[in-house]
Design a protein around this ligand. Structure first.
Ligand SMILES: CC(C)(COP(=O)(O)OP(=O)(O)OC[C@H]1O[C@@H](n2cnc3c(N)ncnc32)[C@H](O)[C@@H]1OP(=O)(O)O)[C@@H](O)C(=O)NCCC(=O)NCCS
Length: 162
């Protein structure tokens, strides 16, 4: 398995890279793709103080995935994992696990102790739920019919330890 290189500072090209990546996963609606890419644009405009942080992962100089995360306002040490995505051509090779581990290290460095992730209860998201469960998250809550009828919001928590 290749080791990934991580980069925190976004550049202008990352807007298109993130949009393409989200589209290629076929997991997100057009609106979600636009939101994901616009967060990179905003981060470029506002800087790191804005509260949305990124880790871009490259394998052999190719962009293969990223996370977007940040502190949850009003909490002592809670962080949200807003987005995690790995290019379909590179999935199931351990990149998601490496990306998550690197993100957790950053959160710990910043003083975060709890990491939250949300996903859907539908069959399409079974791999995503397996990914969280295999990586130390536990299901802490479930909001019935949150996204749509029979499409619940699944709230996962991971307690971070050094
Ligand atoms: C979730 C995601 C980031 C995982 O990335 P990845 O590089 O494929 O993950 P890894 O190879 O590190 O997998 C780690 C573990 O997660 C689980 N997992 C990952 N993909 C899985 C799949 N398709 N089916 C079942 N389990 C899966 C497995 O337990 C796997 O460990 P194993 O291969 O030893 O069994 C990736 O599948 C993805 O981008 N999905 C689409 C976008 C998404 O759902 N994002 C999260 C919501 S924002």
């Amino acid at each position: 398995m290749d080791d990934l290189k991580f980069r925190e500072e976004p550049c202008a090209e990352d807007v298109g890279r993130v949009a393409r990546l989200l589209s290629r996963t076929r997991f997100f609606t057009a609106e979600e793709e636009e939101i994901g890419a616009s967060l990179v644009t905003e981060r470029l405009r506002e800087g790191a103080r804005w509260g949305y942080l990124f880790l871009f992962a490259e394998s052999q100089d190719t962009f293969v995935g990223y996370t977007c995360y940040g502190p949850i306002p009003g909490t002592l040490d809670g962080y949200d994992l807003y987005w995690i995505a790995v290019d379909p051509d590179s999935q199931r090779g351990g990149f998601g696990r490496q990306l998550l581990a690197a993100t957790e290290r950053k959160v710990l460095e910043l003083g975060g102790k709890r990491l939250y992730a949300e996903t859907s209860s539908t069959a399409q998201y079974q791999p995503t739920r397996s990914f969280y469960e295999r990586n130390g998250f536990f299901l802490e809550g479930r909001l019935a019919d949150y996204y749509a009828p029979a499409d619940d919001k699944m709230l996962y928590t991971k307690i971070l330890v050094r």
